[in-house]
Unconditional design. Structure first.
Length: 503
């Protein structure tokens, strides 16, 4: 078994510093619980001295979360450390993260101090934090631009003072991967007591190197990585958790493992994007909308023949339901046929070629081609005179359960009432009493799209006629209405030649 890499999530501290991303305490608890379920080892819950809101959030997260270590940030200032310790009073496992700037810029221009004084202040802060908690992490801010002998000295003194973890931030995102890895190697080779602490990476993305630098740090001996979901954070952001975790999973040559439940990555990413009102760029690695979408004909054909031709990660591993084959003017016949098959329309040979030509003309003028467009293209299967429209539905779910439906088929209206085991069952039976399909209902899924009292239900249905599947989809806040619409949607896809008897 490889060594464990400790995953330190700072979405709620460095990530939350982004303008416009602020969360209230309740929202932070939701995020902290999602991070716990994802399997992170440490949650940096806030910077308690910075505001009463941040203090309160660290308190509430400490109460709400059991497994991860809860970490609170402080400067190398006694008051900060006292307040951080007070905020951690309910944490089952608490850590204080304290530190000071160590680059010539920070020493001279930010702290207006001397190297000797910086070491003294750093050591004093670690010793003071040790009075409150055993687990103290020391950060050497702007280590990416520090002079290495000085960095080694302050890290050695911090460990002597009791630091359990030493954090080597590339605060300004300046380093190249080789350089950052070399800093970690230098510390491993030049700090006499380095084996008594865990080395942590903390990289910013100003040059787009954060993930590469983090991986390089791990390859040179770091065993904790500080990360955020979706890579959010100051300026160009922090290292993104999903990228590091999946790079490790994909490459056995990186000698560590994590305890992240990767199938929860996508859901956690969506949750944080939504709560922080921070959209994820479509081409973002692992969690972007296009991360598993294939749009060019050559790639689509390759993926449909064998997924691994163009995918290094099975989307299910990160919680994405499936790869998507996007229909654009660059799509090939294989992609079109794949979509038509999913709609239950089986076309081969010349028939497929004809529809493909029409599809290309349409795709040149329309950006998103959806199921309705495709069904319109294969119009010969869609006979207007048998098109079913759900015009009205009402139901009663107390006492005698029954549903009334009104359908329009072609230009005729039909009405029916039926009873059932529940209102959904009654509604489907009422539709069936008008349209008498020969099918087997093979799959009927109802999912809540949003969390809350105004949940939208998404209904997915699969009818089988012999070997052929016909899919129906609908969404609505009313589950009965969504189910009836999904059923009608599936019925409308059954080609005319196989069509049901209609009274
Ligand atoms: O980027 C940084 O240096 C930090 C420290 C406060 C850890 O966020
Ligand atoms: Zn940072």
């Amino acid at each position: 078994m490889s060594e464990k890499l400790w995953i330190f999530d700072t979405t709620l501290r460095d990530g939350e510093q982004v303008p416009g991303c602020q969360l209230n305490s309740q929202e932070k608890i939701v995020v902290a619980k999602a991070l716990e379920a994802l399997g992170v080892d440490i949650i940096e819950a806030g910077f308690p001295i910075s505001s009463p809101g941040d203090f309160n959030s660290v308190v509430e997260i400490s109460k709400a979360v059991s497994n991860p270590i809860i970490c609170a940030l402080s400067r190398a200032v006694e008051k900060d450390i006292e307040v951080a310790a007070a905020a951690l009073q309910y944490a089952k496992k608490g850590r204080i993260h304290t530190g000071i700037g160590v680059s010539p810029y920070h020493i001279q221009y930010k702290l207006r101090s001397t190297p000797e004084n910086i070491i003294e202040r750093g050591v004093k802060a670690v010793k003071f934090a040790k009075r409150f908690v055993e687990d103290v992490e020391f950060y050497a801010e702007d280590a990416g631009r520090a002079e290495l002998p000085f960095l080694a000295k302050i890290i050695e003194e911090a460990i002597k003072a009791g630091a359990t973890v030493v954090n080597i931030p590339d605060t300004t995102g300046y380093c190249l991967p080789e350089q950052y890895g070399a800093i970690i190697r230098y510390l491993k080779e030049n700090v006499s007591n380095i084996d008594r602490a865990i080395i942590s990476t903390h990289c910013h993305n100003d040059l787009g190197m954060a993930t590469a630098n983090t991986i390089s740090g791990i390859q040179h001996g770091a065993r904790q990585a500080e990360l955020t979901i979706n890579g959010i954070g100051e300026r160009a952001g922090n290292t993104s958790l999903e990228e590091v975790v999946m790079a490790i999973k994909c490459h056995q040559s990186i000698p560590v493992h994590t305890d992240i439940k990767t199938e929860r990555i996508y859901g956690t990413s969506r949750l944080i994007s939504k709560l922080m009102n921070m959209p994820v760029q479509p081409n973002k690695a692992i969690v972007g909308r296009n991360a598993f979408a294939h749009s060019s004909g050559i790639h689509q054909d390759g993926v449909l023949k064998h997924r691994e031709n163009y995918e290094i990660i099975d989307p299910k591993e990160v919680g994405v339901h499936e790869s998507s084959i996007v229909l654009t003017a660059r799509s090939g016949r294989a992609a079109l046929k794949h979509h038509l098959d999913n709609l239950g329309v089986v076309l081969e040979g010349e028939d497929l070629n004809k529809v493909y030509e029409e599809f290309l003309t349409l795709a040149d003028s329309k950006r998103d081609i959806g199921p309705k467009d495709l069904l319109a293209l294969v119009g010969k299967y869609m006979d207007e005179s048998t098109f079913i429209e759900l015009q009205e539905i009402s139901y009663q779910s107390n006492g005698a359960i029954k549903a009334d439906v009104k359908l329009k088929i072609g230009d005729k209206s039909h009405q029916a009432t039926s009873s059932g085991n529940g209102p959904v069952d009654a509604a489907l039976k009422a539709i069936e009493s008008i349209v008498k399909p020969h099918y087997v209902l093979e799959e009927f899924l109802i999912q809540a799209i949003t969390a809350g009292s105004d949940d939208v239900a998404k209904v997915h249905m699969r009818l089988m006629q012999g070997e052929k599947p016909y899919y129906g989809f609908a969404s609505h806040t009313d589950i009965v209405l969504a189910s009836a619409q999904a059923f009608v949607d599936a019925l409308n896809k059954i080609p005319v030649k196989d069509k049901v008897t209609i009274d």
